[in-house]
Write a new protein. Structure first.
Length: 269
């Protein structure tokens, strides 16, 4: 048949490549499974060498915990914005330059962009309000820049420290390492960052009526040390599921009290 002849002819025209056996790793007899022979997550990079510090799993969960518990009681929630891993454009003279904090919080700005849309990024010269607090999570490739131990080269974009301190003038800059479990906090004083004093291990922020400290507990099934927002007195700002659990517990306590008084709680309207 004509189509079979055409198919055979086309197959002959396809370049045939031979497998170079000398490039393959030696195999044991019997061969070991790939799980034992191929690289693990500890052997492969979790970041882009051209953009170090890209998130691992902790860099997703820790900012999420901060996002869920950032509730300043003296601010209308509609005038509070916080974000995780969102582009922060800081210089109108170089409009393409940005930093990408692990988490940052702003007060005095609409929760929605122009009160109608979710933000694609945070553009300071449009918002007219700089972040009030920024949190960076240390990574092996970014620790020097995060802690202000590097200086930008002439003609190059400024470092994170330089942007937060000298351009945006962020009042509070927080750095946390999950590897050493060390919390470092800096407060803007006379235009420069100075180590902030901690009260019982917590950073008190009177302007927000909040404090920020370390908490050991379970979040998303991981029990470890976390950075978490608290009240000024040190009580945890509850997560949504914690609020629901507390409400359910109060209902159960009320029902138990009614039974003690001889009242069937199911009959109470």
């Amino acid at each position: 048949m004509l189509w079979m002849s055409s198919l055979k002819l086309s197959l002959k025209q396809v370049p045939q490549t031979k497998l170079d056996m000398t490039r393959l790793p030696p195999q044991s007899d019997p061969p070991l499974p790939p799980r034992q022979t191929l690289p693990t997550m500890y052997d492969l990079p979790s970041d882009n060498p051209e953009e170090p510090g890209l998130p691992d799993e902790f860099h997703f969960l820790q900012p999420l915990l901060l996002f869920l518990t950032f509730v300043p009681p003296n601010w209308n929630p509609d005038m509070v914005f916080s974000a995780c891993d969102l582009n922060l454009y800081y210089d109108f003279r170089h409009s393409g330059r940005y930093k990408r904090p692990d988490w940052f919080g702003v007060v005095g700005v609409s929760r929605l962009y122009e009160e109608r849309d979710m933000r694609l990024s945070y553009v300071v010269w449009q918002e007219q309000v700089s972040p009030f607090v920024v949190v960076e999570l240390l990574s092996p490739g970014t620790d020097d820049e995060d802690l202000g131990q590097t200086v930008s080269e002439p003609g190059k974009p400024p470092t994170k420290w330089e942007v937060y301190e000298q351009i945006l003038r962020v009042p509070y800059y927080v750095v946390f390492s999950r590897y050493t479990e060390q919390l470092q906090v800096f407060h803007l004083v006379d235009g420069h960052y100075e180590p902030a004093e901690l009260t019982q291990g917590r950073l008190l922020i009177p302007e927000l009526e909040l404090s920020l400290g370390l908490w050991r507990g379970s979040f998303q099934s991981f029990n470890r040390l976390w950075l978490r927002w608290m009240t000024a007195e040190g009580e945890l700002i509850p997560l949504p599921d914690e609020k629901a659990a507390a409400a359910e517990q109060r209902v159960e306590q009320l029902a138990a009290r009614l039974r003690e008084l001889g009242v069937d709680p199911d009959q109470v309207v």
